[in-house]
Design a protein around this ligand. Structure first.
Ligand code: ATP
Ligand code: MG
Length: 209
C-alpha cells in the first residue's frame, strides 16, 4: 500500500491534495513504526553487548509514580481505561536506575493499555518488602494462555501476530523489560488468566524513610 501510493504520487497525483494528505499520513505512520523499531533494536543490542551501564541512585517512589501517571494518563483515557497508582503509606526511596525503570514501567503499562479493552482497569501497585519494594502492574485485559507465558519475554515473540500487527509492536518490549530488571539483580514474574487479565511484578531495592 505504501509503495503503491508512492508510485501514484510520482506519476501525477502530485497535484491532488487528498492523495497527498493520505500519502503523508501513511508515510508518517510508517516512519513512526520504523523509528520505534529502530530504537528498540539499538536498545536491545546495547544491553546484550553489555554496553549499557546502569546508573543506580536513590529516588522517591511516590514522585516517580506521579511523573509516570502524567505520561500514561492520556493514553489510558483515550481508551476509556481507568488507571490507578497505589503507593505504600510510608515513603520509599528506591535504589535503581530511574530512567531504565521508567522504561520498564512504560513498556508494562503500554502493554496493559494495548491488551485491555475499553472500560478495563489497570492498577500499578507497590508494597514494602524486606529489602525494598515490590511493584505490580495488573490489568483486566485479554490475558495470556499458559503455553505462551514462558515465551513472552523472548525477542520478537508476539502471541497473536495478526492482531499485534494492527496495534503496532515488534515484540521487543518485554525482552527489554527482562534485561533491565535482571541488571537490577531481580526478575520479572507474570501471572495471567485468559479473559481475566494479567499481572507483571518485580522487586527493587530500597529503604523506607
Ligand atoms: P512492543 O512492546 O515491541 O511494541 P509487543 O507489545 O507486541 O510489542 P511485548 O511487549 O514484548 O511485545 O509483548 C509480547 C507479547 O506478550 C505481546 O505481543 C502480547 O501478545 C503479550 N502481552 C504482553 N503484555 C500483555 C498483557 N498485559 N496482556 C496480554 N498480553 C500481553
Ligand atoms: Mg509491548
Amino acid at each position: 500500500v505504501f509503495l503503491a501510493s508512492l508510485v501514484l504520487i510520482i506519476i501525477g497525483a502530485i497535484d491532488d491534495k487528498k492523495v497527498n494528505v493520505d500519502f503523508l499520513q501513511k508515510a508518517m505512520k510508517h516512519s513512526r513504526r520504523l523509528d520505534a523499531l529502530l530504537s528498540d533494536l539499538i536498545e536491545i543490542s546495547r544491553i546484550e553487548s553489555g554496553e549499557m551501564k546502569m546508573m543506580f541512585r536513590y529516588f522517591s517512589l511516590r514522585e516517580f509514580f506521579n511523573s509516570l501517571l502524567e505520561e500514561v494518563q492520556l493514553q489510558a483515557e483515550q481508551k476509556n481505561i481507568s488507571l490507578e497508582f497505589i503507593s505504600p503509606s510510608q515513603s520509599v526511596e528506591v535504589f535503581a536506575d530511574k530512567e531504565r525503570i521508567k522504561q520498564v514501567m512504560l513498556n508494562l503499562i503500554e502493554n496493559a493499555i494495548k491488551y485491555t479493552s475499553a472500560n478495563g482497569k489497570i492498577i500499578i501497585a507497590s508494597a514494602i518488602e524486606s529489602n525494598g519494594v515490590r511493584i505490580i502492574v495488573t490489568d483486566t485485559g485479554c490475558g495470556i494462555a499458559e503455553e505462551h507465558l514462558p515465551r513472552i519475554f523472548e525477542r520478537f515473540y508476539r502471541i497473536d501476530k495478526d492482531r499485534s500487527r494492527d496495534i503496532g509492536g515488534t515484540g521487543l518490549g518485554l525482552a527489554i523489560v527482562k534485561h533491565i530488571i535482571e541488571a537490577h539483580e531481580s526478575k520479572v514474574e507474570v501471572q495471567s488468566e485468559i479473559g481475566k487479565g494479567s499481572a507483571f511484578r518485580f522487586n527493587l531495592k530500597g529503604n523506607t524513610m
